[in-house]
Design a protein. Structure first.
Length: 94
């Protein structure tokens, strides 16, 4: 589960670059826009491998089962519940 949370965080970070590119796109100099796009694309391409590896390393049935339990009866401290689950299943949390 910790890997799932880490994956979501990484995807959010990588794809929030779209906002940065849009903001940089408001400048008058084309070189700044091109540089921002090249950097953002490089980061996204570099992130694909680790994110894909993380997703493939998870036991989908165990994650699905735990998420179903949490949705039916959410704990007061979701972070602690997910951390405990990750620890019991030897999921490394960054």
């Amino acid at each position: 589960m910790g890997k799932v949370i880490l994956q979501i965080m990484l995807i959010d970070i990588v794809f929030s670059l779209d906002s940065v590119i849009t903001a940089v796109g408001m400048v008058d100099e084309i070189s700044i826009m091109v540089t921002a796009n090249v950097i953002a694309l490089g980061i996204m391409l570099a992130a694909v491998g680790p994110i894909k590896a993380m997703i493939r390393s998870l036991d989908a049935a165990a994650v699905r089962s735990r998420m179903g339990q949490l949705l039916v009866r959410p704990p007061k401290d979701m972070r602690k519940a997910l951390s405990d689950w990750a620890r019991r299943h030897s999921v490394t949390i960054g």
